[in-house]
Design a protein around this ligand. Sequence first.
Ligand SMILES: [Zn+2]
Length: 218
Amino acid sequence: MTAAGVAAMAATPTRMFPQTEATDFPKPDTPDAAIKLLLDGNERYLKKGSECMVNLAALRQATVDEQKPFAVILTCADSRVPAEIVFDQSIGQLFVVRVAGNIAAPDTIASAEYAAEELGVKTIVVLGHSACGAVKATKAGGAVPGQISELFQYIYPATVGVADLQAAVEKNARYQAAVMRGSSPDLVKLIQDGKLSVEAAVYNLGTGKVTMLPPLKL
Ligand SMILES: [Zn+2]
């Protein structure tokens, strides 16, 4: 361990983050290990707040030439759902795609495909959240300003007939994950080979907890 690493550990002896060197992050080699790393990070966030936002200068330097994120997080643009903080991950760990309603649409699917094919992420997590305005607006229908309604076509199929907003949020995350899962032959092949998973989860704005959701068959 470097002197800087020793000093960092001595300064924070109770840290739970499994990082022993400034740039020494765990690299999961299976989808299940990637999900565990995310949920462990959410536990740290719940118990003690973020612990990984340290050594940022060293991390920047270590990731200038190459990135090796282990997960894609497709989540809402909502300001209350900051993916790195929620999962207690730092620079270079998460490939985050954010769009209102966390929709699987051509642009977001292409971004996830890049991360899966070129960067080797082990899991794609579609993360919805409680009280999602995009889901709420889709359910309400009616006129909205500008191009906001462009989003509705992607969310509507997931929420039609679902009265409760929280149930609609969860159904939407599961639906978008199902769309993502079958969106391209490349992703299907990685999933079949056990190299990638596509999961749905929901974030509670009030408690900060991430809960995994069961897969939805389309
Ligand atoms: Zn939202």
